[in-house]
Structure formats: C-alpha cells, structure tokens
Design a protein around this ligand. Structure first.
Ligand code: ATP
Length: 312
C-alpha cells in the first residue's frame, strides 16, 4: 500500500459564471465540489492505476467530513489526524475564459499537533511500502516538517517522495537525511537554485549536480509537454513524449507523482519507472477532471514515451 500525505487539503469548488459581475449578485448553476489538495490527487490516480492508496494528513470540521466521504466514494482508504477547526475551501470562478481563484490559507496548527501528527505518521508507516508527500505545509508547523517525515521514512527503510515547493522544499533538501525522490518542475527548480535555467541538457545536468541534491536517489524535473529531465543515482536521462490533445493540464504533476510511486513500489526498471510517471501525467492532461486518468488509455500512451540515457 502507498501512503499519501496531504497536510492542507481542501474542498475545491468551481463556479462557472459566464457573465461575472463584481460588486453584484452572481447566481451559479453547475457548481462542482471535489476533494482537493495535491496529495488527494495523487491518491486518486494511484487507485486508478490499480494500487491501494491510504490517504493521511490533517482534516477538520464538516469540510473534513465531506473530504472523507468523497475519498470513501473513490475507494481510497483514509486515516487523517483530526483537528477541531474547519479544513479549507478553495474557490475557482470560471468566467469569460478566465479563472479567478480564492484560496483559503487553511487552519493554523500548533506545535503539539505537529508532534502528534508525526507520531501518527510513524504508526501508519508500519503498513505501507512507499510514501508520497505533496503540497503546502499548514501554517504553524516548522518549515523542516517534511524533512523530518522523510527522515522517519528513511529510518524505517520506506522510500519517501516529496513534491512541494518554496521554503518547505528547500528545507527538505537542507535536512540531514534526504528524501528518496523529488519531482520539481522547472520553475520550482530555478527558484530553488535562485537563477534562471535554460532547458538545455547541459544546464539541467549542471543544476542537478548542485550540492543541494546530493543523496537523493531520484530527481524528476517535469517539463510539461517537453517531458522530463531526470537524475537517478549518478545517471541522467532525457524523457520525451509525443504531442497529445490536452484538455486540462492541472494536476499533471500530481498524476506524475502517482505514476512514479506505483512504478517504484512495483520495482519497475528505470526506463519503465519514467514511462509510467510520464504516462500518468499525460493521461491527466487528456481529462476534464483534475487529478484523474482513464486507465484504459495507459498502455498506448506508456509505449510512446521515450527514455534516453545521457552519456556522461
Ligand atoms: P501541476 O502543478 O499542474 O500539477 P507540474 O508543473 O507539477 O503540474 P508538469 O511538468 O506541467 O507538472 O507536468 C507533469 C507531466 O505531465 C509532464 O512531465 C508530462 O508527462 C505531462 N504533461 C503536462 N503537460 C503536458 C502537455 N501539455 N502535453 C503532454 N503532457 C503533458
């Protein structure tokens, strides 16, 4: 079973309003409400790829209750740390071909809650073979929190994938014990290094040779329609994908993490790990729903992904 960690999940509400009026009443038909948060997308795609997923993280209130209900509907096992505050709503207003987002920051956690969450996480590790941690950290927790989670995983011999950004990602990389895998996109990578990156192999290779990345087994730099650049141990790979008809690319990074988790859990070969990760991301772009794939399309897409090892 694969454990997914979502520390700040949300109910994502989308309001299609063709003629949005500021400072006025807007009525909505066809509002869509889904259990959101990057780690929940990862859990859903893991399930759709045919593996068991256990979703954990922090939930509270009636919004938390709704998230549990949605996960149960999707047959995703869940065991969250419950708090006595409401989880958050995130609202997207779809108007005139544009998207205006209103994102609640979510509950602020206490240091005591942080300690209890780590204890629960450690207990859950006894039944899982791999962990994927995704998304932002709630306010109140130290920025080194994910580093600590990766360390606990390593101490128990369980690979931990971390997909976050900004300060929490930097702190994971500065932690004395490194995660097993990370999946930054090119923007996150250049933010980390504090400089612009051109997407040439030379520049990406040089970037991943930075001391910051030492001790991480897998670094998958996802590059949207350009596939990925990858460092695995001492080896580098360029992964290319064919052009496809994209319906909605949001959540592709999460689907990529789900594919990576499933492939690593099943001890696939290096090229197949990369093909599975890319295929899952691509399949997500082909669907309307965020963090969703059609598994029937997996095989033909998987076979179109090309993996080339780069000579040193
Ligand atoms: P998000 O934040 O939306 O979850 P991300 O920036 O983390 O995404 P991307 O690099 O955009 O991740 O995409 C992850 C993977 O999904 C890519 O490596 C690729 O396999 C697939 N993908 C994304 N966009 C496209 C696209 N336009 N065409 C084909 N495949 C795509």
């Amino acid at each position: 079973m694969i454990l997914t960690v979502t520390m700040n999940p949300s109910v994502d509400i989308s309001y299609p309003i063709s003629d949005f009026k500021l400072n006025n009443v807007n009525r909505v038909e066809g509002a869509v409400k889904t259990a959101g948060g990057k780690g929940l997308n990862v859990a859903r795609v893991i399930r759709l790829l045919g593996e068991e997923a256990l979703a954990t993280g922090v939930l509270g209130g009636t919004i938390g209750g709704y998230i549990v209900q949605e996960l149960t509907k999707d047959k995703i096992g869940n065991d969250f740390f419950n708090i006595n505050r409401e989880s958050r709503n995130c609202i997207a207003i779809l108007h005139d071909g544009k998207q205006t987002e209103i994102l609640e920051s979510g509950p602020v956690l206490t240091a005591e809650e942080g300690t209890a969450i780590l204890a629960k996480y450690e207990r859950l590790l006894s039944n899982v073979s791999l962990v994927a941690i995704s998304g932002s950290l709630p306010q109140g927790l130290p920025s080194g929190f994910y580093g600590r989670m990766a360390q606990i995983g390593r101490e128990k011999g369980i690979p931990v994938i971390v997909d976050t950004s900004g300060e929490p990602l930097r702190q994971v990389l500065l932690h004395k014990v490194k995660p097993f895998a990370i999946k930054p996109n090119t923007t996150e990578l250049s933010q980390l290094l504090g400089r612009e990156l051109d997407e040439s192999i030379r520049s990406l290779k040089q970037a991943l040779t930075d001391e910051l990345f030492q001790g991480i087994e897998w670094i998958i730099v996802s590059m949207g329609r350009d596939g990925a650049f990858v460092k695995h141990g001492p080896d580098f790979y360029r992964v290319t994908i064919p052009e496809i008809k994209v319906v909605n690319p949001v959540g592709s990074g999460d689907a990529t993490v789900a594919g990576l988790a499933v492939a690593l859990k099943n001890n696939q070969t290096v090229p197949d790990v990369l093909r599975t990760a890319m295929a899952a991301g691509m399949l997500n772009t082909m669907e309307e729903k965020t963090g969703y794939i059609n598994p029937d399309k997996f095989k033909p897409v998987f076979e179109l992904v090309q993996v080339k090892k780069i000579d040193l």
